[in-house]
Design a protein around this ligand. Structure first.
Ligand code: SAH
Ligand code: SF4
Length: 384
């Protein structure tokens, strides 16, 4: 029987699991405390659980960790970590320090099925979705022992490899654990989920009522251009996407962020800026402009700084909050769209001192989750 990864299990399920073993409910709270607050990686560490219970749980459960293979530090302070998963697949996670915040950019899938033409992650297609544990472990990696989550980092964005809503169950459960009191206790207002616009999933995501921030990768102002650069626009064109954004539940003062990758002479003209202003009418939103980060093998180019500035100014002059997102960590390929999985990467540790403090992975006891039904359905919906 495959062992259950405790980082995959919510308090409620732990309670049920323990009740079946005749244990009182408070044991589940104790277990969660060990797994998330104390970051225990073995049952032996959970010293206030009775020995007999630890033995019994040990036959059923374990705690997974990620193995950091490589850490790279950018000149601008951005840090990128390449992790090995239990099945040998690899993902990247980025920590972006800014003046007033430190943001972790987490991956939700190995690769991505959505196929946006300007994104490196898309190039290998989708390998598989991550389990909730694998998403949570990326965050735990950046949580220094003894510090509260808020001290170690301030924000989390689901903007790494993969399409979060294509890994719907994994993303939702990871967010529940990250935000729950029994979990990491992070405020949902400090979490942003970015989607390429899987409309039906977006509506379902709204119904989950997680209270996290939403970012939508719009990236174009006409269906012709958007379909050319983002095939997901075919089943879910702009009008449909924006209608579901208008219906998305927002708290007071909460706004949807629209991301807009600026590609030279593709979507960076004044006519685009004008259309964008019209499209955003009546939406509580802000615009994040992302000057294209060039990637190998892709013919698009980054617009000049002047063009970027003019685009931003037009939006600002017409009442939109528009920001140019600085490309952080470009020297280590950690910027938007530059993350990828390395199929045949040679494990390499650039920072052995740090690795020595990291728990080693516990081996391959976990059950590998293949491509989710949702992923397959979405690709089907996407007509690709
Ligand atoms: N799959 C999700 C989240 C990950 S991508 C999504 O698409 O929203 C995060 C952001 O990076 C998206 O807004 C995407 O449009 C942007 N992006 C992808 N490739 C890029 C590139 N080469 N340069 C700049 N931004 C890019
Ligand atoms: Fe996937 Fe997002 Fe990249 Fe598109 S931009 S391929 S949805 S990761």
């Amino acid at each position: 029987m495959a062992l259950t990864d405790l980082r995959d299990v919510a308090l409620q399920e732990m309670t049920t699991m323990l009740a079946e073993a005749g244990e009182p409910a408070f044991r589940a709270t104790q277990l969660c405390h060990w797994v998330y607050k104390r970051q225990a990686i073995s049952l032996e560490q959970m010293t206030d659980l009775p020995e007999a219970l630890r033995q019994r749980l040990g036959a059923q459960c374990y705690v997974s960790t990620l193995t950091p293979l490589r850490q790279q530090l950018s000149a601008d302070g951005t840090e990128k970590v390449l992790f090995r998963l239990e099945d040998g697949n690899q993902i990247e996670t980025v920590l972006i320090p800014a003046e007033d915040k430190r943001t972790i950019c987490v991956s939700t899938q190995v690769g991505c099925a959505i196929g946006c033409r300007f994104c490196l992650t898309a190039q290998g297609g989708l390998v598989r979705s991550l389990r909730p544990a694998e998403i949570i472990s990326q965050v735990l990696h950046f949580q220094a022992p003894g510090k509260t989550p808020e001290r170690a980092f301030t924000n989390i964005v689901f903007m790494g490899m993969g399409e979060p809503l294509d890994n719907f169950a994994g993303t939702v459960q990871a967010i529940r654990t990250l935000t729950a009191e029994w979990g990491l206790g992070i405020s949902p207002r400090r979490i942003t989920v970015s989607t390429s616009g899987l409309v039906r999933r977006l509506e379902a995501f709204g119904r989950e009522d997680l209270k996290v921030n939403l970012a939508v990768s719009l990236n174009a102002t006409t269906d012709a251009v958007r379909t050319a650069i983002m095939p997901i626009n075919k089943p879910y064109p702009i009008a449909m996407l924006l209608a579901s954004c208008r219906a998305f539940p927002l708290a007071m003062r909460q706004r949807i962020t629209f991301e807009y990758v600026l590609l030279r002479e593709v979507n960076d003209t004044l006519a685009d800026a004008k259309r964008l202003v019209r499209l955003m009418e009546g939406l509580r939103c802000k615009i994040n402009l992302l000057p294209f980060n060039e990637i190998p093998g892709v013919p698009y180019r980054r617009p000049s700084d002047d063009t970027v500035q003019q685009f931003q100014q037009y939006l600002a002059q017409h009442g939109l909050s528009a920001f140019v997102r600085q490309s952080r960590g470009r020297d280590i390929s950690a910027a938007c769209g530059q993350l990828r999985f390395e199929e045949h990467a040679t494990p390499r540790l650039t920072d052995p001192a740090h690795h020595a403090t990291m728990p080693a992975a516990l081996g391959a006891q976990g059950e590998h989750v293949g491509e989710t039904a949702e992923a397959a359905a979405t690709r089907h919906e996407g007509g690709r």
